[in-house]
Write a protein that binds this ligand. Structure first.
Ligand SMILES: [Zn+2]
Length: 393
């Protein structure tokens, strides 16, 4: 599996390398010649679209990795906003409830093919759950590094899969890189958010959306693909997908890639607004969309380049807008975590910026269900069994 730097083009066959000497992340090399020149006839899992990426991919086997992806594309008329026709990709339907299962599936399958038995990750959210679950299903050892101050309910959600849980003191952003290094030395494969195997797996979200659109009546891609951005790994995968499909001649008009951050912690959106091509780390404040609050995103520059290269944008939305969007998702019958609700909240700024217009079509990627995100004050009524017949008086 040759790895190549998206920015300087340097290549390496070192299977353990995740960063280029220039500092930017590597991704698996896509070979348009190796990719099919037609869309798959059926999509039951991510493995049906993965060949479109043209990378050297593992076999999924018949265990948990085979179950990742294959989520539907839902037409959500109640969410249509300002003349934009919307579709939603509910990634909460993955085995552990988030899009992270795609990258994990690729990583676990590739590790198993190499006879590796030890994986790890640096996460306190969806990715931690996903990697711990994938490792448990495959009987692999798993180490999850979490921040020392992790909330109890988050810890419990990860712990149920039985990984080795390590609370880490110090700069959590720095830990991302330290863990990759330590794992490389010790033979533990860290499936961190922008590791090449993970990004290849995450690319299947966009591949699926575009394959699903290709099978609709007019066969055209949506005008925009909107997804939350945190580390930039998923955004990078979407860009890799669009690039490979374009090279294979399958996209006449590629979608604009639009990424959304929470305003309280929006280093990529701020760099985009300034017109920069480098992301500068921010201090970062608290937001209800905590799972995308990454103050120093390891693939931030690549996400920024993806938005620019596709005439897309990176925008930021505040917590009240995210809350309102979450309520609208619920009104459309979809359970999504606040990070996913940002995609709907982004429509207004995207229209204001002229990225989206009346008559456009957009696909929102609802990245996760967010099982643990309750806690709001709930108003209820109460009834005694003897008085049930009076409920609807
Ligand atoms: Zn480079």
């Amino acid at each position: 599996m040759t790895r190549v730097c998206w920015r300087c083009g340097a290549r390496t066959d070192d299977d353990r390398r995740v960063r280029c000497d220039c500092g930017e992340p590597l991704w698996l090399e896509s070979d348009p010649e190796a990719a099919p020149d037609s869309w798959p006839s059926c999509i039951e899992s991510m493995w049906d679209v993965l060949p479109l990426l043209g990378v050297d991919a593992p076999s999924p086997g018949d265990g948990l990795p085979a179950a990742a992806g294959g989520t539907p594309l839902v037409r959500t008329e109640p969410l249509d906003t300002g003349g934009v026709t919307l579709y939603v990709k509910p990634e909460g339907l993955n085995p552990t409830g988030s899009f992270k299962d795609r990258g994990t599936a690729f990583g676990i399958a590739a590790a198993l093919e190499r006879g590796e038995r030890r994986v790890g990750t640096v996460s306190h959210g969806n990715m931690a759950e996903s990697v711990a679950a994938g490792a448990a299903a495959a009987g692999m050892d798993c180490t999850v590094l979490v921040p020392a101050d992790i909330a109890d309910e988050r810890l419990a959600a990860i712990a149920r899969y039985g990984p080795r849980l390590v609370r880490a003191d110090g700069d959590y952003g720095r830990l991302y890189f330290e863990a990759l290094e330590a794992g490389r030395d010790a033979g533990v494969r860290f499936l961190n958010s922008d590791a090449p195997w993970r990004v290849a797996g995450q690319a299947t979200t966009a591949l699926e959306v575009l394959a699903q659109f290709a099978r609709t009546a007019d066969g055209e891609a949506p005008d925009a693909l909107v997804l939350p951005v945190s580390s930039g790994g998923h955004a990078s995968g979407a860009w890799q997908a669009v690039r490979s499909l374009t090279a294979a001649g399958l996209l006449d008009a590629p979608p604009k890639l639009c990424f959304v951050q929470a305003a309280a912690c929006a280093p990529i959106a701020e760099a985009f607004a300034r017109g920069d091509d480098e992301v500068t780390a921010v201090e970062g404040g608290a937001t209800i969309a905590y799972s995308i609050a990454n103050a120093d995103p390891p693939s931030g520059n690549r996400a920024l380049a993806a938005a620019s290269a596709t005439d897309g944008a990176v925008v930021a939305v505040d917590d009240p807008a995210i809350e309102r969007a979450g309520e609208r998702f619920a009104g459309a019958g979809l359970a999504v975590e606040p990070a996913s609700a940002t995609t709907l909240a982004a429509l207004e700024p995207l229209r204001d910026a002229g990225v989206l217009d009346d008559g456009d079509t957009a696909a929102l990627v609802a990245t996760g269900r967010g099982f643990g995100d309750g806690g709001a004050e709930v108003a209820t009524e109460r009834v005694d069994l003897s008085a049930v017949d009076s409920l609807f008086e």
